[in-house]
Design a protein around this ligand. Structure first.
Ligand SMILES: [Ca+2]
Ligand SMILES: [Ca+2]
Ligand SMILES: [Ca+2]
Length: 663
């Protein structure tokens, strides 16, 4: 497939990347762009939808299409033909000033027409799961057809829940999901019934257990975090906002095994925002947040299992400094807790370590590493922080390691993909083997996923970019490393669904960075958790939608035949039949050193070993009218043979059996 000849993609004529504060935590990096409708090799009828993200109902005349005589606009969206350029007017201050994102999405007209104009924004329609599922299935099948053989497995949805109503009678937008030791899951969401903070629980197989909610004294609730206590209770936190969208209070709740409210703590604070909630193995809750003090100040509080405040700490880095709490982590032995944050409008990372039982701070590091510190993990000797690190005007997915005892900086590693302008770290987790996996975003025209695994020394073990082919920003929301070492990343990503639906994508990488599997949710995912049975539950979207997946395969790679080609060469009274085979692994890389065995139609066996180009050949001399070669096995030092993945892109074989006629 020759993509260079047929892809005329001008993904970003101009682009800028800037940090716009912490008001919208899910999208810390925003950009304004001009974009051109993408033409891809199989896209004769692609359309484009341009949407001002923060103003979906913006009048269409704020958007222009160059050479766009046939363009139509409706409901703030704009449809154009291939090759036309969509321009967001720089004079359009109403859009720009709202930190607008321009979303350029593509979908085939055929799908549009089949779906009867499924072109409205998801937020504007009360689409039930049935309609969504239809859109999803159509796109998923298109995706499968377009995928090269040997790529990662696509894992189906094992079970799903919520997502029934996008309206006021739903549970509101899903924020986070957690699992208790028995594998029951709970998702926190809001506003439920247009106002409340809800926690909805299901068994590990998706059977509804209970849904409980609390109401705000004023305003409407949005969910933030949920965590499981060791006895199966769930502790949740949310914040309520006033009619202007400003946060006015934080509420911490605990629900029992049957969903009964155990207690509720309303945390006073002005313009507060939640950084993170953790629950330890004794059922104590740790809450990191910030609220107005000297500018914003970071607060860390510990509550006992009955909801009583045990201790409280504050970080303020200077006069009118807006210090924002971003994350928390307990040490493996739970004797210490590390907090990370940053200063809005400044270039400083804030990292602090506390004695978990007394709350006494052991050290505090305020360092000019970059503009955003986003997440923290801790092992027995080190505290690792990831975020947006700056070097001059460039930004990176940066990880800094601190000595757990002293807070001394041990190392800093800055990473971005070779073809990316900028990158930023967003989330991280500790792998069972001690390595640190960070995920974030890389600016490659638009934002794509960027995941990097670091050794404890700061060297890079592997890195992976995921570009779902979506001409809008794809941003991962969470990473977690499973007990078998698989790194699971989830978030919004492509390929997108017709009409501008951006699905949720959840993927698994092997401990060496091979993409093992991908799973798709019909709504963008915002968090995921692992169950004791090995399943992964991802949440995101309206009415507290969640979907469970069963990761496929093992962390070990597989290989298969990716092409068989046969040639006939006359030798006079006899002729030679030659079969050339190509081996690839499940990450679609060519495999050298694979020994392929097979059998000719008259019973003579043959084998060959692939070279650096992933290919090898077998030959037989015959007088017969035709010959046929069947691959029977493949062996390799580290990969196992997956015959079900055998394929032939030319269509001249099925990847396992190939025929050749006498010349
Ligand atoms: Ca401050
Ligand atoms: Ca992309
Ligand atoms: Ca072939």
């Amino acid at each position: 497939m020759d993509q260079s000849a047929d892809t005329r993609t001008e993904r970003s004529v101009t682009s800028t990347l800037s940090v716009r504060g912490h008001a919208a935590k899910s999208q810390p990096l925003r950009s304004n762009r001009h974009s051109t409708v993408e033409r891809t090799d199989d896209a004769r009828d692609y359309s484009v939808v341009a949407t001002c993200a923060n103003s979906p109902t913006l009048p269409p005349n704020r958007w222009q299409v160059q050479r766009g005589a046939a363009a139509t606009a409706k409901d703030g969206q704009l449809f154009a033909k291939e090759g036309e350029r969509c321009v967001h007017s720089d004079q359009d201050s109403s859009c720009r000033d709202n930190n607008a994102l321009i979303k350029i999405m593509k979908a085939t007209k055929r799908l549009f027409s089949r779906l009867g104009g499924a072109s409205a924004l998801p937020r504007k329609r009360a689409a039930g799961l049935t309609k969504l599922a239809t859109l999803f299935a159509l796109t998923a099948s298109a995706l499968l057809l377009g995928r090269l053989a040997g790529a990662a497995d696509t894992v189906p949805i094992l079970w799903e829940a919520g997502g029934q109503s996008a309206g006021n009678d739903g549970a509101g937008q899903a924020a986070r999901v957690a699992a208790d030791p028995a594998g029951n899951v709970a998702v926190i969401s809001g506003p439920s019934n247009a106002i409340d903070l809800a926690v909805t629980s299901y068994t590990s197989t998706g059977v509804f257990r209970w849904q409980s909610a609390v109401s705000p004294s004023i305003g409407t609730f949005q969910g933030d975090w949920v965590a499981a206590a060791p006895n199966g209770d769930f502790v949740g936190v949310g914040h309520n906002i006033n009619s202007s969208g400003n946060p006015i209070a934080i509420t911490l709740v605990r629900f029992g095994l049957d969903g009964a409210l155990q207690w509720r703590v309303d945390v006073a604070g002005t313009l507060p925002s939640v950084g993170r909630l953790l629950v330890d193995s004794a059922g104590n809750a740790y809450l990191a947040f910030n609220s107005l003090g000297d500018g914003q100040d970071i607060q860390l509080r510990k509550y006992n299992p009955a909801g009583s405040l045990l201790w409280s700490q504050v970080i303020n880095t200077g006069f009118f400094s807006n210090n924002i709490a971003t994350s928390l982590v307990l040490s493996p032995d739970e004797t210490e807790i590390a907090l990370t944050g940053d200063t809005s409008g400044g270039v400083e990372w804030i990292t602090a370590l506390y004695n978990a039982s007394t709350g006494i701070r052991k050290w505090l590091v305020i360092a000019p590493e970059g503009t955003a510190a986003r997440d923290v993990v801790m092992d027995t000797t080190k505290v690792y922080v990831t975020g947006l690190g700056n070097v001059g005007i460039n930004s990176f997915l940066t990880v800094v390691a601190y000595d757990r005892v002293t807070g001394a900086r041990l190392w800093r590693t800055d990473k971005k993909p070779a073809d990316a302008g900028n990158a930023a770290g967003l989330r991280m987790d500790l792998a069972p083997d001690g390595s640190v996996v960070a995920t974030g975003q890389a600016l490659r025209g638009f934002l794509d996923w960027y995941t990097v695994a670091f050794e404890t020394t700061g060297s890079v073990r592997w890195e992976a970019v995921r570009d779902g082919g979506l001409n809008t920003d794809e941003i991962p929301a969470a990473v977690l490393v499973l007990p078998d070492g698989t790194s699971v990343v989830t978030g919004k990503g492509g390929p997108n669904l017709p009409g501008g639906f951006i699905p949720g994508v959840t993927v698994g990488y092997s401990p060496t960075g091979i993409l093992l599997w991908e799973a798709f949710s019909p709504l963008a995912t915002v968090w995921a958790t692992a169950l004791p049975n090995g399943d992964v539950v991802a949440t995101g979207g309206y009415d507290a939608y969640l979907a469970a997946f069963r990761p496929s395969g093992t962390a070990a790679g597989t290989m298969h035949i990716a092409d068989l080609d046969a040639f006939a060469f006359s030798m006079g009274r006899t002729w030679n039949a030659t079969v050339t085979m190509t081996a690839r692994d499940n990450a679609n890389a060519l495999v050298a050193g694979a020994t392929v065995s097979g059998i000719w139609i008259r019973g003579n066996v043959a084998m060959c070993t692939t070279d650096g180009s992933g290919t090898c050949s077998v030959v037989t001399t015959t007088k017969a009218k035709r010959e046929q070669f069947t691959v029977t096995s493949m062996t390799h030092s580290s990969l196992t043979y997956d015959p079900s993945a055998n394929a032939d892109p030319d269509g001249d074989s099925n990847g396992t059996v190939v025929r050749v006629r006498r010349p």
